[in-house]
Ligand binder design. Structure first.
Ligand code: DNO
Ligand code: MN
Length: 389
């Protein structure tokens, strides 16, 4: 049995239309109600409306990505009790509408973080890039976080100082926009707003955040089980502490801890190879094997690291992650199941006719289409060579 080839669609404002998605060959849709504020209930009406838009092109809604976790839940403060109740109601409504998987993340303050969204590849296409020196510039000189410099190796602090001394206003603005951007479709924040959000974590270390997440999972996993929805946490991207924040969904052990916090099989993982692969301690094929059928959704993409831990998003079958080994482990799990695990090409390069278009960073059509095509071929090759098809 094959994986389900799916595609992230950001809703009616996505420059990539559902008609375009049809031509990629993807059959599954991953989307969210991006217009509903964080923490608010997703009503059956609003979900049905989105389903109608998809049905007009013959698609079902296969995965919710993301049903965001309000910061009050992560910090277990303020209105968290209400937000947890709202989350349960949304899960019930999502299940009532027949959507089987819900993805979320537990990253404090920021979703994914990059320092450059137009990094030039050898073939002149544009990729997303993460560079520690640029993050240090943002942290030390723009965010001006107390003791920020202490968080970076001396060589990076020095390089940040000399690079920032040459920075133009445009470079400053671009870096701020890039680091603050977070998830496509979301409102942009200011540096001041970020400072306030960071302050909420002053007294929260890894252990506290883990216990806040365990509390959340123990609340929602029984509901997910009851209504038949699978939860899939997306790992931290990148899988390191950044900006003084603790990150707790970054390593093999972290993922095992997520699973043991709530033993229900519905409590599972969105296995994102691009996120996890940026940390050299992560052995992705071994992790997939260990997580087994608790993997409910998969993001496939590749990264290329350098010795300092900077990385860019490489072609899907290139980079540090052995995508063949990943695919083989995933398909080994898939052969035990009678429903397809959905995967999507997670990000792609901006290339060819998309070069000058305004797109959601990482989510232009052609780069993802290339990724999906490569992954589809890899999947078929593995299936046939293993005699599974
Ligand atoms: C990065 C992307 C993320 C992801 C969200 C899920 O790897 O896949 O934007 O969608 O973090 O909550
Ligand atoms: Mn991902």
């Amino acid at each position: 049995m094959r994986l389900k080839q799916s595609w992230r669609w950001f809703g009616p404002n996505d420059p990539v239309s559902l008609q375009d998605v049809k031509q990629t060959g993807a059959t599954g849709i991953v989307t969210a109600l991006h217009h509903v504020p964080h923490g608010a209930v997703w009503t059956v009406d609003a979900i049905e409306q989105r389903k109608k838009e998809l049905a007009a092109y013959g698609f079902n809604w296969d995965v919710v990505e993301s049903l965001s976790i309000h910061e009050d839940i992560k910090t277990r403060s303020g209105n968290y009790l209400q937000y947890v109740e709202n989350y349960k109601v949304s899960l019930r409504n999502i299940a009532a509408c027949g959507i089987p998987v819900v993805t979320y993340n537990f990253m404090p303050v920021n979703d994914w973080t990059r320092t450059d969204i137009a990094y030039r590849m050898h073939d002149n296409s544009k990729a997303l890039n993460f560079n520690w020196t640029d993050l240090a510039i943002f942290d030390i000189y723009l965010l001006k976080r107390a003791n920020a410099a202490a968080a970076y190796p001396e060589a990076i602090v020095q390089r940040a100082a000399s690079r920032f001394a040459q920075f133009t206003q445009l470079e400053t603005d671009t870096l701020v926009d890039t680091v603050l951007f977070g998830i496509p479709g979301e409102e942009r924040r200011s540096v001041d707003a970020m400072r306030k959000q960071l302050a909420a974590y002053d007294d929260i270390n890894h252990a506290t955040l883990k216990s806040n997440m365990a509390y959340f999972l123990q609340q929602v996993a029984p509901v997910a089980t009851e209504v038949g929805v699978k939860l899939a946490v997306h790992p931290d991207d990148p899988p390191f502490d950044i900006l003084g924040l603790p990150r707790i969904v970054s390593t093999h052990q972290d993922l095992l801890d997520v699973l043991s916090a709530a033993p229900e099989p519905a409590n599972g993982i969105c296995f994102c190879t691009g996120s996890l692969g940026a940390n050299p301690v992560n052995d992705l094929p071994a992790m997939i094997k260990a997580l087994d059928t608790r993997i409910h959704f998969v993001h496939l993409r590749n990264t290329k690291r350098d010795a300092e831990g900077n990385f860019y998003e490489a072609d899907h079958l290139d980079g540090d992650t052995d995508m063949y080994a990943v695919m083989r482990e995933l398909l080994t799990i898939q052969q035990k199941l009678d429903t397809s695990i959905p995967f999507r090409p997670d990000h792609g390069h901006q290339m060819l006719d998309d070069m000058d278009k305004i797109t959601n960073p990482g989510y232009s059509a052609i780069g993802r289409l290339r990724g999906l095509a490569e992954l589809r071929g890899l999947e078929l090759g593995v299936l046939r060579s293993m005699g599974w098809e």
